[in-house]
Design a protein around this ligand. Structure first.
Ligand code: PRP
Ligand code: URA
Length: 223
């Protein structure tokens, strides 16, 4: 089965096309018997691939570089761009090390959120996002393995927009996304882009992604 079989036509939604390591990671993560230690390690492994995709189009600027033989011009990430990684607690923590591995210069700001189990609404309990001096120069990558109803993602984007960051500067990286969550996010914020490893079939009656991988936070932390 293609992990993107219900792929959307929205141009800002990117589902990883077939990649052997990514597919292998998903098979480990979906397996109910995978213990937390391996689960965490595998989110990290997949996170490296997702982040390589998500960072492909960061703004670059030419730089003069002296090699041992001559001086040449190289593209480097534009130093005027301030990169923020925003992991959503708890499960987003599992993607953070992979994101920092690719972007060691990034600043990390956590958002704390949980879903109300009855209403499925996101409840925010932690936000220390600063007000940037030049919000238009900030690029944000929201890290959360699961995009289910989309409530948590929409709330995260809302909190970023309140700091003046334009929605087109915001990207989300997830492991699994449900079509319902993609539609909610794209309807609310059509310029926010998404990179995900798979788009699953649907949500079940209690808001879990099907076939999914279960509760990501519980599986990462063994709770
Ligand atoms: C999970 C997940 C997302 C959210 C996605 O968090 O990590 O943040 O659910 O669901 P949504 O798209 O319907 O909002 P959870 O509420 O389980 O908190 P936890 O990470 O602390 O376990
Ligand atoms: N949050 C999770 O951790 N898993 C789901 O399937 C949906 C929301």
């Amino acid at each position: 089965m293609s992990e993107c079989s219900t792929a959307t036509t929205q141009p800002l939604v990117q589902c990883l096309s077939h990649h052997a390591v990514a597919a292998d990671c998903l098979s480990v993560l979906r397996n109910r018997t995978t213990p937390p230690m391996i689960f965490r390690q595998t989110v990290h492994r997949l996170g490296l691939i997702l982040m390589a995709e998500a960072t492909r189009n960061l703004p670059t600027a030419p730089q003069s570089v002296a090699t041992p033989l001559e001086t040449t011009t190289c593209d480097a990430i534009n130093p005027a761009t301030e990169i923020w990684l925003v992991p959503i607690l708890r499960a987003g923590l599992a993607l953070t090390e992979a994101a920092i591995a690719l972007l060691p210069q990034a600043r990390v700001f956590h958002l704390g959120m949980y879903r109300n189990e009855e209403t499925l609404e996101a409840v925010s309990y932690y936000n220390k996002l600063p007000k940037p001096a030049q919000p238009q120069h900030v690029r944000v990558i929201i890290l959360d393995p699961m995009l289910a109803t989309g409530g948590s993602a929409v709330s995260a984007v809302e909190q970023l927009l309140l700091k003046g960051i334009p929605q087109e500067n915001v990207q989300m990286v997830s492991v699994l996304a449900a079509p319902e969550g993609i539609n909610t996010l794209q309807t609310a914020y059509p310029q926010v882009s998404l990179v995900t490893a798979a788009i699953d079939r649907q949500l079940n009656e209690v808001g879990y992604i099907i076939p999914g991988l279960g509760d990501a936070g519980d599986r990462v932390f063994g709770t």
